[in-house]
Design a protein around this ligand. Structure first.
Ligand code: BG6
Length: 506
């Protein structure tokens, strides 16, 4: 966690593999530029982009700037740009590596970054292992060398790896092994941009900097928790990635981002903010996730796929007609799943997670539903509406809202829901910053708190794999089963209905 956010990093060279990709232009470079503008990077700092496209330094700088000039101040960009370099090479093949290692050393010398290197893997998942293997044999990773340990300021090399982190437990384990051959766990940064989101970090502050919530943060007072990430967009240009045996909403969102959010909701208070202490508590949550049996799957998980419709004012075609998508695709563009965290604190409390594309609203939120008062004096006046809720809006309307019953004005007794709110933008007068700046700063500083531990990956795959297996073995003849622009398939409402609950609607 960035508990020392303004700290300036040690000298560092960030080497981005997959430099010509969308993520680099949209997120990574703007985030590094922001950190540079805020003076949070060492003056000895440089970026080296690696990709096959034939740019030189000047051409790549232009490409980055022109992608979204509004993200940069022209004068500041002119000062920042000289630290950006590029090498055109294929990092998946032996032949590309002499050029890459030469350039890494050259740029390191030019900017005085020494041997400190943050490798950033922003390549397609099938290239992860070849690139990691080549980094290992390049001689650029010196961290493990015996002499380093006796130096006070020893050089470091770290690796940041984007999702998808495997597509099932076996492939994730294999990727973890490939990483472990080259990097220590302490140097491995499995990134999840949801953990960089302001309101997710704020959740830790809300829980552990206040005494108000923690006493009621357990099965005695909490009825259930809902975590939603709905999007209005369809698969857009990502059809061929999404519509594969390793795609779909369960893998793309639930197994990764939403289970990470769940772990922050459910973790025990760590003994300190130290990365090891925080991650230890998160790992315990992952280990306590109940793994459904095949027979339970139809009762705890729902898959959906969108048909044609209108989402956020935009007409969307049937998923199966999108580019790169099979005409008889079984891939889930919507997934909902009920989880249990089998611990003393959470015994019997369901966590309902759902995520979908082409839904009614773009919304990422956590809602904690509290149990009803044990004896309600006002039973006859309550409209039978919602019990108390704590709503953490991650996006949009970032903030925290508490819903409770209040008396309506007037002489008679009328009770209605009222809301007490902390609105992030209104309070701080700024838009929430992009998570990538936080996460990159942490990685360069060597703070792993907001990155996933190997064990979290293992357990999160184990918890969803029975569902994925069941879905693969039992094709659903009803797909597509929700119209674009709706709140998902009826089966998801039925799953809630069986438990006497319903999804929060907007
Ligand atoms: C990515 C998924 O990890 O997260 C995308 O691969 C999804 O499919 C995106 O659209 C959502 O992120 P956010 O920050 O917009 O909620």
């Amino acid at each position: 966690m960035p508990h020392e956010p303004n700290i300036q990093t040690s000298p560092a060279l960030v080497v981005i593999f997959g430099a010509s990709g969308d993520l680099t232009k949209r997120k990574l470079i703007p985030a590094l530029y922001q950190l540079w503008c805020e003076g949070r990077l060492s003056p000895k700092f440089a970026i080296l982009g690696v990709a096959r496209s034939g740019f030189d330094d000047a051409g790549w700088r232009r490409e980055l700037y022109d992608f979204n000039p509004k993200a940069f101040d022209a004068a500041k960009w002119a000062q920042f740009a000289p630290c950006i370099h590029y090498v055109a090479a294929d990092s998946t093949r032996d032949a590309g590596w002499p050029a890459i290692t030469d350039r890494v050393r050259e740029v390191g010398r030019e900017h005085g970054t020494g041997e400190n290197i943050l490798f950033y893997l922003s390549v397609s998942p099938q290239h992860f292992e070849p690139v990691i293997g080549h980094i290992g044999t390049s001689g650029l990773v010196t961290e493990g060398r015996a002499y380093c340990s006796i130096l006070e300021h020893r050089p470091w090399q770290r690796i940041v790896i984007e999702k998808p982190f495997g597509s099932d437990p076996a492939s994730a384990r294999q990727l973890n092994m490939a990483l472990a051959h080259v990097f220590e766990e302490e140097s491995t940064y499995r990134i999840d941009h949801y953990l960089g989101k302001e309101l997710v970090q704020n959740l830790m502050v809300l829980r552990f900097a206040n005494s108000l919530f923690e006493p009621i943060w357990n099965e005695k007072y909490i009825d259930h928790v809902q975590i939603t990430a709905s999007e209005t967009v369809g698969v857009e240009s990502r059809g061929s990635y999404y519509d594969s045996p390793s795609g779909g909403a369960m893998r793309d969102m639930v197994q990764s981002h939403l289970l990470q959010v769940l772990s922050v909701v459910a973790m025990e208070p760590p003994v300190s903010l130290d990365a090891v202490d925080v991650r230890t508590e998160k790992v315990k949550v992952f280990k306590a996730l109940r793994v459904p049996t095949p027979a339970e799957v139809p009762f705890v998980a729902v898959r959906g796929q969108y048909g044609a419709g209108n989402a956020a004012g935009k007409a969307l075609a049937d998923y199966r007609t999108e580019g790169g998508v099979a005409g008889d695709s079984q891939v889930d563009t919507y997934a909902a799943m009920k989880f249990f965290v089998d611990t003393w604190r959470w015994g019997g409390v369901p966590f309902y997670l759902r995520s979908g594309k082409a839904m009614a609203k773009k919304c990422t939120e956590i809602v904690v539903y509290f149990k009803r008062a044990p004896h309600s004096l006002f039973r006859s006046h309550l409209k039978g509406g919602n019990p108390n809720q704590l709503l953490i809006s991650i996006h949009p309307d970032e903030g925290v809202r508490i819903r409770f019953a209040g008396k309506e004005p007037g002489t008679g007794l009328k009770i209605n829901d009222v809301v007490m709110e902390f609105d992030y933008v209104e309070q701080w007068k700024v838009e929430p910053p992009d998570g990538y700046a936080t996460l990159l700063h942490d990685a360069i500083r060597g703070d792993q708190t907001l990155f996933k531990h190997r064990d979290e990956i293992d357990c999160s795959w184990s918890a969803v794999q029975p569902v994925l297996d069941y879905w693969a073995e039992n094709p659903d003849a009803n797909l597509p089963n929700y119209a674009a622009g709706s709140w998902g398939p009826a089966a998801a409402d039925e799953m809630m209905g069986r438990d006497g609950r319903h999804w929060r609607t907007h």
